[in-house]
Design a protein around this ligand. Structure first.
Ligand code: PAF
Length: 284
């Protein structure tokens, strides 16, 4: 497994692969890898002759500086885990090479309406930051396919729009959410939870699962309210938003009959740690 830190070296590697007709599968990450990331790596290895994983905690996508500072970083451990998987290259760029000019006005991306709801409202600037880094990484790594976890369902829609508006020819492959045995969606942020809140956090998924059953006999509004009430009643937990939306437009639905593909997207503060998850109510 090669570790590349320089942008030029990474570009030379990807140009060579293209010339040899070797498709690159790409898994962009912010490190602190868990089984969710590794399932993306596995998918990439299965479907591409070459797999590149990037590790970069991207400052421009954090709207809260405290969140950026405390974001877990475990490079040594990450490299050990990736080496076992048969990854070809781990790209760990220097921040100075990715953002050489601190004064430069960041580019504004056309991300469409899907970027203006939910995370777009609660984390202003977040998706522009994600678009900047994913665009840069796509241009450097030049992948044929890129793999993203469906825990960040909205992020996938935004990245698809970014790639299409920038004319980048990359297949964006969504991969299912990975959960712990207790149902909690795997996230690098889980390790920041206090032991007490780590024990309570699986309530998020058990409530969402319960709400799917509940939705068979109740309205969208009642389903929404029951999820929020149940989770808000757990000491230390507070729902930031829960939206039941059309999975294509990400706009709220009022009736179950409105769409054949409906999901519920939630973010919950567990103490100071913000966790995100989603559940499917209707699927085509
Ligand atoms: O989902 C993430 O980990 C990040 O948003 C990504 C896509 C690696 C961009 O920094």
């Amino acid at each position: 497994m090669k570790i590349i830190r320089s942008v030029n070296e990474m570009m030379e590697f990807s140009t060579l692969q293209r010339e040899r007709g070797m498709a690159i599968g790409f898994v962009p990450t912010m490190g602190s890898l868990h089984e969710g990331h590794l399932s993306l790596v596995e998918e990439s290895i299965k479907h591409n002759p070459v797999t590149v994983v990037s590790i970069f905690v991207n400052p421009t996508q954090f709207n809260d500086p405290k969140d950026f500072e405390r974001y877990p970083r475990n490079e040594e451990e990450d490299l050990k885990r990736l080496a076992k998987y048969g990854v070809d290259v781990v790209f760990i760029p220097y921040v100075e090479e990715i953002y050489p000019d601190k004064e430069e006005q960041p580019k504004r991306y056309k991300l469409g309406k899907v970027a203006e709801v939910m995370e777009g409202i609660y984390r202003p600037g977040h998706f522009q930051g994600v678009a900047i880094i994913v665009d840069k990484l796509f241009r450097i790594v030049n992948p044929v396919r890129a793999y993203f976890g469906e825990k960040d369902f909205q992020q996938i829609a935004v990245i698809k729009n970014m790639a299409s508006s920038e004319g980048l020819d990359v297949d964006i492959i969504p991969c299912p959410i990975k959960r712990g045995e207790d149902g909690l969606a795997l996230s690098s942020r889980n390790e920041l939870l206090s032991p007490e809140l780590r024990e309570k956090a699986p309530e998020i998924y058990s409530t969402l699962k319960y709400s799917v059953e509940y939705s068979n006999k109740h309205s969208v509004r009642a389903t929404h309210d029951t999820v929020v009430e149940r989770l808000d009643s757990v000491p230390g937990m507070k729902v930031e938003y829960f939206e039941i939306v059309d999975a294509r437009t990400l706009l709220p639905v009022e009736e179950w009959e409105e769409s054949d593909w409906i999901i519920g997207c939630i973010t919950v503060f567990c103490g100071e740690i913000r966790l995100i998850d989603n559940i499917t109510y209707r699927h085509p």
